[in-house]
Design a protein around this ligand. Structure first.
Ligand code: ADP
Ligand code: MG
Length: 704
């Protein structure tokens, strides 16, 4: 592994450089045009690309190819086909046609569709996404050429994360270009979204993981008492990496770099055994694919190191959970970042207009954004004192908030707070410029210099949905602005633009909050402002079928009513299935592990009391007796809670319809799960360690 990074970076990717080198000039140019202008691809060109792509992959050892897609399970799917084709005299030749590259057919009935199609209409198609490069992946099955694809039904409805994302990217580009034209940028023909997702994860020992049914089946611990030491010393955050972890990170980087993933930053996170990886940002579509790959490779490399990588939002109660910070901005084809405030943001009307479009979009679609960041696991994280609250608000920082306030009050911003130099008080240290905005870790949606950071996103969730929603709602806000300003005479443009900004900021200032998002007062304040505060994903899912959502998504051609409704069904189903697996795992562990262990301990105590008393009738057995009483009482509580959970689970399953079922699970099954966990976690602190049937939090978190 002593190779230079520049030598290994992207070696497994059929990227533009490889295409330029290997494709005939005309083919390369035609492909590039398709890529850049979103034109249809000529079938003959596809044939040439396919053949060159196959040769390249075969040189890398590939025997198979797969259409790599992202169904609504949140993870990627692949079906492998060999390049084999029969040739005369019983021989074979390796072939791969343009048709095979462009279109794949797969049985869609085994993937979630939310009722979009009946099982007998099982046909689904995968279509080549030529904007995300193909790559080869090596595993025990050999080397496979992976072709990023979109996945849709026989009737063309989206069944995946990529299709709406690509549609939303086109939508925001169309609208942002209109606005840029108003500012005289004739050379702007395309605007893309840049995304940099920071990924948090846990690493624990594989042997210990294998002893925990809950981790295996649900990705999180369903029982477990806090160890004597948690994260209170703040000694893990940015701490020196343990040898085993740094060797994991080294190999992870190596694997990601080969795949052209710009893995850049790595460090320990707040909780023990928690870490983070941040890539350099790139176009939304590629960022989504890369993040899916990153999660997959994280898990794969962990196993090679005797580790297990947990991507769940809350693997351990009582210590920080994991999220994904989705950094997002808009970049024109000229390279200009549209969210760059420049030195004097108060005079930068173009920036202020784009900023206002985000503020308006987030305020109007707060619940939808809350949904797009969520999965069942994130319910355990949002609103606890570690992650942004379940309320969406925007942090702008001191400088921009001041500008926004000036505009709201007077229609213009006369001045702007400047960057200042910090005096550290040591002459040999350099003078450091303070950033215009301090960090605010408590905000779910924070402006951080030249981008927004959406911090609510669940760590294991695909970032396709959050970015689809962001792109679409901002596209809609920009569309409204362009509609107004395109009607304005040039000499009035500045004035009218400022009036529009003032009007929109006034209307949406309630979403701006620069204070402490963890504070109790904020919850009351947000309620006063009328901001939605849904504690669970179950309450956010209906945002998908709100008339407002449907009209915006249909208007910009991102998702139809039927597609949105199908996503709603899938979300309810996923919630119910996830919770049902968790509840059943709890019942199983309680029945077959914890309760028998506690009974054994209780019997040992009883035997001890007997033995001592028969040896020395006057001996003091008060300790043993007290323990036995305590243990027996907790045991009875556990048994009762277990029976109650079983009943609640049955009742929830009997509810009619996705939404009702999900609500039943949230209202009744979740509290019953908590009730079962409680006595068992207390027992963990009492029962003899040698009898306890599973590794404890202390062992899982500190013995990596
Ligand atoms: P931090 O949040 O720790 O201050 P950084 O400034 O390093 O982090 O950025 C975090 C992430 O944001 C990285 O993935 C980075 O590539 C990404 N990022 C930086 N600029 C942009 C941008 N203009 N658009 C999208 N993502 C960006
Ligand atoms: Mg960050």
């Amino acid at each position: 592994m002593a190779e230079k990074v520049t030598d290994i970076f992207g070696v497994d990717v059929f990227n533009e450089a490889v295409m330029k080198e290997r494709l005939p000039k005309v083919t390369f140019r035609a492909w590039k045009k398709t890529m850049e202008n979103g034109e249809d691809l000529d079938p003959q060109i596809a044939d040439v690309v396919a053949s060159v792509m196959k040769d390249w992959a075969v040189e890398k050892g590939a025997t198979h190819y797969t259409h790599w897609f992202q169904p609504m399970t949140g993870i990627t799917a692949e079906k492998h086909d060999a390049f084999l084709n029969p040739a005369p005299e019983g021989r074979i030749i390796l072939e791969f046609s343009g048709k095979e590259l462009i279109k794949g057919e797969s049985d869609a009935s085994s993937f979630p569709s939310g009722g979009l199609r009946a099982t007998f209409e099982a046909r689904g198609y995968t279509a080549w996404d030529c904007t995300s490069p193909a790559f080869v992946k090596e595993d025990a099955a050999g080397v496979t050429l992976c072709i990023p694809t979109a996945f849709c039904s026989y009737t063309g409805e989206a069944l995946d994360g990529k299709t709406p994302l690509l549609r939303s990217m086109e939508a925001i580009s169309r609208q942002a270009v209109r606005v840029m034209k108003l500012f005289g940028h004739r050379d702007v023909t395309h605007v893309s979204c840049s995304v940099g997702p920071e990924q948090e994860y846990f690493l624990i020992d594989h042997e210990k993981y294998m002893q925990r049914e809950d981790l295996i089946f649900t990705g999180r611990t369903l029982f477990g008492a806090l160890p004597p030491k948690g994260q209170e010393m703040d000694d893990h955050y940015f701490g020196t990496l343990k040898e085993r972890i740094s060797s994991y990170m080294k190999e992870l980087n190596h694997e990601l770099w080969k795949l052209g993933v710009f893995a850049k930053t790595q460090h320990n996170e707040a909780a023990p055994a928690q870490h983070e990886l941040a890539p350099i940002y790139t176009t939304a579509n590629i960022a989504v694919d890369h993040n899916q790959l990153t999660m997959e490779i994280m898990k794969k490399v962990a196993k090679r190191h005797g580790l297990e990588c947990l991507l769940h939002e809350k693997p351990f109660a009582g210590v920080n959970g994991s999220g994904k910070h989705n950094n997002w901005s808009m970049v024109a084809n000229t390279g200009e970042n549209l969210l760059n405030p420049g030195k004097t943001p108060n005079q930068n009307i173009q920036f202020l207009l784009f900023l206002t479009s985000v503020i308006k979009a987030v305020d109007e679609h707060a619940l939808l954004l809350r949904y797009a960041a969520s999965n069942p696991g994130n319910d355990h994280r949002l609103g606890a004192n570690e992650a942004p609250p379940a309320i969406i608000s925007i942090f702008l920082g001191e400088q921009l908030e001041d500008i926004v306030n000036q505009i709201i009050e007077t229609g213009e911003a006369k001045d702007c707070k400047k960057k200042i130099f910090m005096n550290i008080g040591v002459h040999t240290l350099p003078e450091i410029k303070k950033d215009a905005t301090d960090r605010n870790r408590t905000s779910p949606f924070a402006f951080t210099g030249n981008k927004f950071e959406f911090r609510m996103v669940a760590s294991s969730r695909s970032i396709a949905d959050p970015n689809t929603v962001l792109n679409t709602i901002v596209a809609d806000a920009l569309c409204g602005f362009a509609d107004v300003l395109e009607q304005v005479e040039p000499d009035e443009f500045v004035q009218k633009a400022m009036e529009l900004i003032q009007k929109e900021l006034k209307a949406h200032k309630r979403i701006i909050f620069n204070g402490n998002g963890y504070a109790e007062e904020w919850i009351a304040e947000a309620a006063k402002r009328g901001l939605p505060n849904e504690a669970s994903i179950v309450g956010a899912i209906p945002a998908l079928s709100a008339e407002q959502t449907i009209s915006v998504f249909e208007k910009h051609g991102v998702l139809s009513r039927a597609e949105l409704e199908s996503r709603m069904e899938v979300s309810y189903e996923t919630y119910v299935k996830t919770l049902a697996i968790e509840a059943r795992t709890m019942l199983d562990m309680a029945s077959r592990l914890y309760i028998p262990a506690v009974i054994r301990y209780a019997s040992e105590l009883a035997t001890a009391i007997h033995t001592i008393q028969s040896a020395v009738p006057t001996a003091d057995v008060s300790v043993q007796t007290k323990l036995l009483k305590e243990v027996s009482s907790l045991l009875a509580k556990a048994q009762k809670a277990k029976e109650s959970l079983g009943k609640k689970l049955e009742k929830a399953h009997a509810a009619e319809g996705g939404r009702k079922k999900a609500e039943e699970f949230y209202k009744n099954v979740v509290p019953a799960m908590d009730a079962l966990r409680k006595p068992i976690d207390i027992l963990e602190g009492i029962v003899d360690k040698r009898i306890w049937p599973v590794p404890t939090y202390g062992e899982l978190l500190f013995e990596v």
